[in-house]
Write a protein that binds this ligand. Sequence first.
Ligand code: SRM
Ligand code: SF4
Length: 575
Amino acid sequence: MPKSREHRRPLAEEETVKAQSRRLRGTIAEGLKDLVTGALSEADSKLLKFHGAYQQDDRDLRLERQGQRLEPAYAFMVRVRMPGGVCTPAQWQGLTGLARERGNGTLRITTRQTFQLHGILKADLKPLMAELGALGLDSIAACGDVNRNVICHNHPATSPVVREVRALAADLSAALLPCNAAYRETWWDEPAAEEAGAEEEPLYGPTYLPRKFKIGIAVPPLNDVDVLAQDLGFIAIIEEDRLLGFNVAVGGGMGASHGDGATYPRLADLIGFCAPGQVLAVAEQVMRIQRDHGDRTNRRHARLKYTLDDRGIAWFKAELEDRLGFTLGPVRDHRFESRSDRFGWIADDEGRWHLTLRVLAGRLQDEAACRRLTALAEVARLHDGDFRLTPNQNLTISGVRPDRKAVIEAVLARHGVPMPMEPEEGVRRHAIACVSFPTCGLAMAEAERALPGFLERLEGVLHTLGLSGAAISVRLSGCPNGCARPRLAEIGLVGKSPGRYVLYLGGGFAGERLNTSYRDNVTLDEVIAALTPLLADYAVHREPSERFGDFVIRAGHLLAPDPPSRPPRKEEAAL
Ligand code: SRM
Ligand code: SF4
């Protein structure tokens, strides 16, 4: 934002909260002791995000409790920091225990390769954080105006550079952590630092970033991290199995608000190439530019994507190279083919096996027919490799010795966990949904809970049309913040109000193109009705290997104007 405009506006309230927080401590420690209420103060609940936790209330119970004049059913969500999405079997078992004993009995794999634990009552929050620490995990900077969980492609059998890329994700996460001791003091009872509340934050400064910041590392031809949706993306350039460096992409972001044209999803721009040894410097300087130039007056305009659009890519690149003291190389060729996970057993060059399982919407829980949480905890007891979470909300049991494959399969089968799906289940393989109701405070329509029913209906249509195996990406978000990255789906649904969505079509299969609004304010019935003729046309007129997202554009379907989707008002019906 041009300086003159910014100067006339007051700072966003969050800026004052951060500045007065004594390096993110606020009064969280005191607030936790007050068990008369299930909540923290408003300022502390904002600061809590920097500690990786959100205060939420059960949206299913909100109205009922309002009617009974009770305070909302408050509970907390904790998001673990897990760079590159890898954890040990012991950590897996520990997290399962935490979910059962202190949470709502489920673990939720997120679109940023980590776990969220939901439904934690105030009295359980501090013990849970301590137990997380004992597992060698934490939730520092998993939320808040800082660099978030760094994501990267992590399937060991995909490419020889996966190990390097994972190490880089961990290095980035460590290098970009805030330096204050607030987390350790608040949750782990470490003695207060001498300079408590005034520690140096050499990278962030006293008010941290204007907004969240996200980094992803892709290993072509896979783009499972949706690298162009990140504030900062690194795309591995590999030649003869050697990592040469990375194309650098800046300014991606998915969030928008309905009806507010000043907010929009944006794909990152490729600005150059850097060597592996330059990645940390590039990341740090990109973040510093955003720290110094991002909009601190309007949080809806505070992501890097808006800084870039306000000031221009040329300005940004010059500023970056000036701060770096070297120039980026020219962008190298790369090609993405897919964002999908590779399901089933795959062996790597060293003869270890890796089993990727589909977890619909990332929710690990025990249900009557399928006791996933129990099954995986049991696998963790006998597994000596690790577990890897994917940005598609799925899971790889990784590094399995050949003689353990059958044992793992038997455990999964005993608890009703299906082995990876048949190839016919095309659409299910590519589906993602955000959490939404009942925990998300920003949800406008169902997402995770609506996904299974929606997929079943869509699969019915596809089956009838002979398209059961068609790989089509479907993503469902409960609001336009876009946590499931729905604006990058071939079929994207974005919640507008309970039961109603905007239907977007035409996203690129490998995440290279945003989709376009096709129907506004429609129910899921109307979505199926709108999709059926398009899919029928696709079944008959698609070219060999043509993706649905490409087809709807080529066939001109996206040019049709949106018909009114709301029911006619009384006066209109009378005409
Ligand atoms: Fe998100 C806010 C869940 C990935 C864009 N997101 C939220 C909150 C915390 C709601 C809130 O602020 O009160 C949601 C908590 C729901 C709950 O009950 O658990 C939430 N976001 C999620 C997760 C769990 C979705 C999922 O189903 O997996 C993902 C957790 C990621 C993680 O582990 O760190 C998640 N969120 C994303 C992504 C995808 C990504 O990062 O690749 C996006 C779009 C990319 C982007 O940031 O532009 C995303 N979430 C948002 C936004 C819009 C931000 C914006 O600047 O436009 C919000 C709202 C906000 O920050 O004010 C938001
Ligand atoms: Fe909540 Fe909206 Fe994100 Fe879904 S997209 S989790 S409804 S903020």
